[in-house]
Design a protein around this ligand. Structure first.
Ligand SMILES: *[C@@H]1O[C@H](CO)[C@@H](O)[C@H](O)[C@H]1NC(C)=O
Ligand SMILES: *[C@@H]1O[C@H](CO)[C@@H](O)[C@H](O)[C@H]1NC(C)=O
Ligand SMILES: *[C@@H]1O[C@H](CO)[C@@H](O)[C@H](O)[C@H]1NC(C)=O
Length: 264
């Protein structure tokens, strides 16, 4: 027992003798204290008046630095970027410019924020008299501030003042909005959101639904097969040709109620 205690004291003595005033702090830890702030702590061995710490923090390839008195073992950095990986390290030095080695890097991510720009290149056009296609590109990388988990497409009629705003959550880069009113202008916007919230909406686009195709299916009101047959190659063509003729004919009336006027 006495012998083993002696050995341990010997080991401690050796470790003590090897340690140097300029050795890096034995730990450097940090945690997030807000969306854009991180608190860091490191070991202060002896607060002598002629030692200093240099704290460095790196984003990508850019490293910033700060000098702190040798008695300081904690600091809170504020106004950091959201959703960014920061790599921190500390070294000990003397006021007359001698420096020890750095600690290993401590990596800390700041939390996600909301996007600070809308999706890029928002485009919209009518695909029929009751539908509008909308598509867009991602929010530019530097404005995402997190993982974009979805988009919100909103639309409302532009021809009446108190029109209802409808919004749809979309997980792709485009959507066809259906069930719209024929030959009607709509305002359309798109925004991106992260788990933290929504980003700004895109500049509203004004798009009209088309006027040509009636919204109700054409209905055949009168039909005289005997008089038609002479106009066609044969009875086997009658059905498809009739269908086409109905659409063509009713489109020109735009009434939404089909009527067979002529067969070409
Ligand atoms: C450090 O500086 C303070 C004030 O300047 C002084 O009172 C103190 O004795 C100094 N300590 C050492 C270890 O030199
Ligand atoms: C590094 O700094 C340069 C110049 O200030 C800047 O253009 C670049 O975006 C920075 N890189 C990162 C990852 O912050
Ligand atoms: C609907 O889209 C078609 C095809 O792009 C276009 O020719 C037509 O002018 C559009 N209608 C309206 C009312 O904008």
């Amino acid at each position: 027992m006495v012998f083993s205690t002696f050995i341990m004291l010997g080991v401690l003595w050796v470790a003590r003798a090897d340690s140097n005033e300029l050795d890096p702090p034995s730990y450097l830890v940090g945690y997030v204290t807000g969306d854009t702030s991180i608190k860091l702590s490191w070991e202060v061995k002896s607060s002598s008046n002629n030692t200093v710490f240099e704290l460095r923090w790196k984003i990508g390839d850019n490293e910033s630095s700060m000098l702190l008195p040798g008695s300081t073992g904690t600091i809170t950095l504020k106004n950091l970027r959201v959703y960014t990986q920061y790599l921190f390290r500390v070294r000990t030095g003397t006021v007359d410019g001698k420096w020890g080695a750095f600690t290993k890097f401590t990596s800390i991510w700041t939390p996600e924020g909301v996007p600070t720009a809308p999706p890029d290149s928002v485009t919209a056009y009518n695909t029929s008299s009751f539908s509008i296609m909308v598509f867009w590109s991602q929010v530019p990388n530097r404005y995402r501030n997190g993982l974009v988990v979805g988009y919100k497409v909103c639309y409302k009629r532009a021809d009446i003042i108190e029109s209802v705003l409808y919004c749809i959550a979309v997980y792709a880069l485009g959507i066809e909005i259906g069930g719209l009113k024929t030959y009607t202008p709509y305002w359309i916007t798109v925004l991106a959101y992260t788990t933290k919230g929504e980003g700004p909406t895109s500049k509203p686009l004004l798009v009209w639904t088309d006027e040509h195709v009636p919204s109700a299916a054409p209905k055949l009101l009168s039909f005289h097969p005997t008089s038609l047959q002479s106009n066609f190659l044969g009875p086997q063509y009658l059905k498809s040709t009739l269908t086409e003729s109905c659409v063509v004919t009713t489109s020109s009336t735009g009434s939404g109620r089909g009527r067979l006027l002529t067969i070409l």
